[in-house]
Design a protein around this ligand. Structure first.
Ligand code: TYM
Length: 333
């Protein structure tokens, strides 16, 4: 714990375009939490290279993600915002934690299996080691809580296991972090197949709404979204996955509670409902996109944020790594 507040850590990879799934499951949630916690938010570019990236695009996506964080309402005065590769302690702690992690555990990770199937020509060690680097991210900052979507739950569980394992062998060193999952929106589904997670790399881009989509595209995608049999608009993820997914999106984008949303659409047809969800999303995203573009035109400002963020993050990371090196017996002069 830093001062009075608990420490909160999270990150997003600067790959492709973010979807509203990333926004709902992560960034929008961070905005709400930034006043209650001591927040550290990273841009996880070291995780991004586990899948081959175009260097120019990776650089561009990095600044674009930073601008998006700020445009969404993350306040760089309140939070530490930094780029993962600017703090070399991440790679160093990941190496140490590798020796406390078993190959079998990594092979069992669902995301590793999924990504291996999708990138069969490039099943590199980094792809398999990805959760250990994520554990290093979280443990370096002694985070108490980690707000993520449910797709990251398994990675968080292994982070906890690694922390406990290390603490038991040496002495309490790491804080064992808790995952923080939203009640609504921790897993936004694909608009065309709500049983699948909405993803940046979906085969059909019509199932994902990107943070950069313009108003017409957003509304067109929502109009095509699949709904369910029956005509009632109520939140019932088991029996009405399509409608529930749309209600979750609407609830987060408007800030209205689920019951209020259900009441608002009672007696409404699916067509009007889908249009209303599309409009709510477009209304929220349009000013965010304008602010992101404005910020991107001021590269000096963004670079300054990253420089300051790296300094603050490094100071914390350095302290934790020094403790770890001492405990495991690395000779210090
Ligand atoms: P990434 O970049 O894949 O996704 C960023 C965040 O978005 C959430 N998310 C979703 N939430 C709800 N519905 C969806 N359809 C959806 N899709 C994605 C993810 O759960 C995540 O919270 N490994 C992480 C980045 C990372 C990290 C960390 C996170 C690196 N180090 C340390 C927390 C702590 C990742 O790939 O997220």
């Amino acid at each position: 714990m830093q001062g009075e507040k608990k420490i909160l850590y999270s990150a997003v990879q600067p790959t492709n375009n973010l979807t509203i799934g990333n926004y709902i499951g992560a960034v929008s949630n961070w905005v709400n939490l930034q006043n209650s916690y001591d927040c550290v938010f990273a841009i996880a570019n070291m995780h991004a290279i586990t899948v081959r990236q175009n260097p120019a695009e990776l650089r561009k996506n990095t600044l674009s993600l930073l601008a998006l964080y700020i445009a969404c309402g993350i306040d760089p005065q309140k939070c530490v915002l930094y780029l993962q590769s600017h703090v070399h302690e991440h790679a160093e702690l990941a190496w140490v934690l590798n020796t406390f992690t078993y190959v079998g555990e990594m092979e069992r990770m669902t995301q590793f299996k999924d990504k291996s199937a999708r990138h069969a020509d490039n099943i590199n060690m980094g792809l398999m080691d990805y959760p250990v680097l994520m554990a290093a991210d979280i443990l370096l900052y002694l985070a108490d809580v980690v707000p993520v979507g449910v797709d990251q739950r398994q990675h968080l569980e292994i982070t906890r296991d690694i922390a406990v394992r290390f603490n038991n062998i040496y002495s309490p060193t790491f804080v064992v972090p808790e995952g923080l999952y939203m009640k609504v929106g921790a897993k936004i589904g694909d608009l065309l197949d709500p049983s699948k997670k909405m993803s940046k790399s979906a085969e059909n881009a019509n199932g994902s709404v990107f943070m950069s989509d313009d108003r017409d595209t957003i509304i067109r995608k929502f109009k095509r979204a699949v709904t369910d049999s029956g005509s009632e608009i109520k939140y019932d993820p088991e029996n009405k996955p399509g409608v529930s997914n749309l209600l979750s999106i609407y609830s987060v984008f408007t800030g209205k509670g689920m019951e209020e949303c259900e009441r608002e659409f009672s007696g409404c047809g699916y067509g009007d409902f889908k249009l209303a969800v599309g409009e709510a999303v477009a209304d929220k995203l349009t000013p965010i996109q304008a602010e992101q573009a404005r910020l991107l035109s001021d590269k000096a400002y963004l670079d300054g944020i990253l420089r300051e963020g790296a300094e603050k993050a490094s100071a914390r990371a350095r302290r934790t790594l020094a403790k770890v090196y001492k405990k495991i017996g690395f000779y210090q002069v």
